[in-house]
Design a protein around this ligand. Structure first.
Ligand code: SF4
Ligand code: SF4
Length: 79
């Protein structure tokens, strides 16, 4: 069974500070073109495959807007 990384971003919790984008060592995140309901540019996942699950984005986000999870991929499990 393999694991995949899921990056969950709560757009409307984001104040657009860009810390998560700046401190991601793999350039997984980028500033959105769109605005959330508070007129902030939230981060978007642009290179999910590069994520190393270091969780810096989650730990440094001052507004708890990002969660990084390792999810077991049960679809790949063989009989
Ligand atoms: S877990 Fe690490 S590599 Fe993945 S998006 Fe967050 S900061 Fe970047
Ligand atoms: S660190 Fe948090 S508040 Fe700042 S841009 Fe990233 S998700 Fe938004």
């Amino acid at each position: 069974m393999s694991e995949r990384i899921e990056i969950k971003i709560d757009r409307d919790m984001c104040k657009g500070c860009g810390i998560c984008i700046k401190y991601c060592p793999k350039e997984v995140l980028a500033r959105s073109e769109d605005l959330n309901q508070y007129d902030n540019h939230y981060p978007e996942v642009v290179s999910a495959d590069k994520c190393i699950s270091c969780r810096r984005c989650e730990l440094y986000c001052p507004d708890f807007a990002i969660e990084v999870k390792e999810v077991k991929d049960e679809k790949e499990e063989k009989e």
